[in-house]
Design a protein around this ligand. Structure first.
Ligand SMILES: Cc1ncc(COP(=O)(O)O)c(C=O)c1O
Length: 316
């Protein structure tokens, strides 16, 4: 959760408390056995400067509930309740800038690995400005020698803390070898995703992304890009299909998308240049559209934007 200082008000197990007091007990299986699931949500200042909207909050909370079901975490609040609690936290912090929120459901208790409860909910947030240089100039990636977790071992469809060991190993290797991040292949050798983002490529003016059965998180940014690319008609076709490693080398554009990553051009892979070696026109068009959408400057489904309310309108 890299970024600026954490906002002073946090949330833990039913109460808004000082952020520094949001801590999990060491013996909890949520810590020892990584029996915990989470969401990362971004907030963006409205294009008219009127306030801050959380992007696709409701669907992030629905994915969080699905993740708890896969991990067998019982008795959690509903998606709606967790959304309300999150908005209440941001109101209490008086947030007026671009920001990022981490919402975590964890297994508490005293150490039983297969326990289904007690479960807890922890939320912290911090400012998160956009990284203009990375968005404009792109990043370089290494196809990792680590393979993506398989669905029958550690399902990536759940946004589970445990899955990020796999992401971490790939990320560590990429950084040690001088790259910005990794691209991870499935056990069968097709392209899956990056440690914390999904992948799109452009070939012959067709936008292509691996399917949800390629060991990826069912990303909301991926969904946004798929819908927007189809609506904008900027490519001849938009396709979800398995992607071979060498297609990445043959692509005219590659990009990574995710809540944290946003829409970032990939300009090099395995020391080979992608396309022209600079941000391509389709990536640029999708970035421009995405940033207009998240800031409420272009038509998007109303439920995609959840405004942070004034504190006085928030249940105390
Ligand atoms: C492994 C992984 N894949 C993809 C994504 C992108 O998902 P989303 O667009 O819902 O943030 C994330 C999180 O940002 C992630 O952690």
């Amino acid at each position: 959760m890299a970024g600026g200082a954490i906002y002073p008000v946090g949330y833990l197990d039913g109460a808004y408390i000082p952020a520094g007091d949001v801590r999990l007990p060491l013996l909890a299986p949520g810590v020892t056995y990584a029996a915990s699931v989470f969401e990362g949500v971004r907030g963006y200042v409205d294009h008219a400067g009127k306030g801050v909207n959380l992007f696709r909050l409701g669907e992030h909370m629905e994915r969080l509930v699905r993740s708890t079901q896969i991990l067998g975490l019982d008795d959690i609040p509903s998606a709606e309740e967790m959304g309300e609690v999150t908005l209440g936290l941001m109101a209490r912090n008086g947030v007026r800038e671009d920001c990022y929120i981490r919402i975590q459901v964890y297994l508490g208790g005293d150490g039983e690995m297969t326990a289904r409860g007690p479960t807890g909910l922890a939320i912290l947030a911090r400012p998160r400005p956009q990284l203009a240089d990375r968005l404009a100039n792109g990043i370089r990636c290494q196809v990792s020698s680590w393979r993506r977790n398989t669905d029958n071992a550690s399902p990536v469809r759940a946004k589970a803390a445990a899955n990020y060991l796999n992401s971490r190993l790939a990320g560590l290797q990429a950084k040690a070898d001088g790259y910005d991040t990794a691209l991870i292949l499935t056990e069968s050798g097709t392209v899956s995703e990056a440690p914390g983002a999904c992948l799109f490529m452009v070939r012959d003016n067709v936008l292509i992304t691996p399917p949800v059965t390629s060991g990826i998180l069912e990303s909301l940014t991926r969904d946004t890009i798929l819908r927007r690319a189809r609506a904008l008609g900027i490519v001849d076709d938009v396709v979800e299909r398995p992607v071979d490693r060498t297609e990445l080398y043959a692509a005219s554009e590659v990009m990574l998308v995710g809540t944290g990553m946003e829409v970032v051009p990939v300009v090099g892979i395995d020391r080979l240049t992608v396309g022209s070696g600079a941000r391509g026109p389709i990536t640029r068009a999708l970035q421009d559209d995405y940033f207009a959408i998240v800031r409420g400057g272009r038509d998007a489904p109303a439920q995609w934007l959840s405004p942070i309310p004034d504190l006085k309108e928030t249940p105390q």
